[in-house]
Design a protein around this ligand. Sequence first.
Ligand code: FAD
Length: 404
Amino acid sequence: MFVSLRFERNFATSEANIIMNAAIAIDFVETDNQRLVSQMIRDFGLREIKPMMMEWDEQQIFPIDLFRKMGALGLMGVLVPEEYGGAGFGYLEYITAISEISKIDGSIGLSMAAHNSLCSNHLLQFGNKEQKRKYLPKLATGEWIGAWGLTEPNTGSDSGNMRTTGVRDGDHYIINGAKNFITHGKSGNLAVVIVRTGEPGNSRGMTSFLIEKGTPGFTSGKKENKLGMRASETAEMIFSDCRVHQSQRLGLEGEGFVQAMKVLDGGRISIAALSLGIAIGAYEAALSYSKERHQFNQPISKFQGIAFKLADMATKIEAARLLTFRAGDLKDKGLDVTRESAMAKLFASEVAVEVANEAVQIFGGYGYTKDFPAEKYYRDAKLCTIGEGTSEIQKIVISRSILR
Ligand SMILES: Cc1cc2nc3c(=O)[nH]c(=O)nc-3n(C[C@H](O)[C@H](O)[C@H](O)COP(=O)(O)OP(=O)(O)OC[C@H]3O[C@@H](n4cnc5c(N)ncnc54)[C@H](O)[C@@H]3O)c2cc1C
């Protein structure tokens, strides 16, 4: 079902930014790696996720042991090179993995995405050799869970205005403040945290640090009680005179915000993949139900009103799939994907919400109950239009790149 796309464009000059004129060749080939990843996750999901997922959802349990098992399969270090204990794959395999997991349970997909493409990827892109050697093998094998802290209670979309500060004190920085809505804010063993080290309003006034759980002055706060994605832990991280040695700094002082924006370019491809998986899961459930459910002496799929819904759902999913794999393909080629990842995230997340909504409709009253999967897809999907930049923020990113 999954395809990898090879997009070849004429990048003779900086026309990489003018997509309307770019020559794009598309080659639909599913790689062996993608097939293997899909099959492995389907088997794993049936065995390890499906039997437990509603209990995790209802009780808001973050199933930490599951992530250790996923680590053993390479799913916690998909993009991490083999020399650091990862699977050493590219974005096409990564998108395949995130969407396959999210077809089963979006909240496991969200946690996998935050661990892989926010925490580990920030370290991979901006850490020095010593930092990578120290932490990546632990993260890639799932021995440690990663978190990434940018958002604060008063600064979400406007994250550049953050209040958490890091003040130099000899070889250390003293960190004070709080980050909220952080995936694995409680259970994360290592957090990449972006704090203000310069003047407010200066995008070069922020710096990122690697902070281990248990560092004095670093505690967790409230765990959120959420609408969906309930097996993915979302919690506050609190810093109170937390001393962090300068060797834990990622890159140079002042680079933190710029690093975070680059990390989000890849992160948004993750959320597009997460959205794609949720949309496919909801669609497949609705499709099979529509063939089984009879009303007026025939399957409801025979009604044009239902068949047209399925046609719209399938078409939107294909478009979301193309945008997502396209962004991944460009990312694998080392090209700038700020606009493409924002487009993929915007479109795929809105599609996930629309498709999950229609799935509930096709299930009728049963779609409104916990006995069928539609309601969970519906609840989980909504996060995709919010996390890692809302749909409105994606439109700002896209329109800026078009209008500059
Ligand atoms: C389950 C979950 C997991 C998360 N995980 C993480 C994580 O691991 N790490 C992390 O750092 N953050 C995380 N977040 C935070 C997430 O990235 C933010 O919630 C998101 O960026 C939006 O910020 P906000 O919630 O403060 O909303 P706000 O910024 O307050 O936005 C409120 C509304 O105003 C709109 N808005 C804001 N500015 C503009 C504008 N300029 N133009 C038009 N509309 C605008 C928004 O689109 C939105 O509709 C997570 C959030 C959730 C819910």
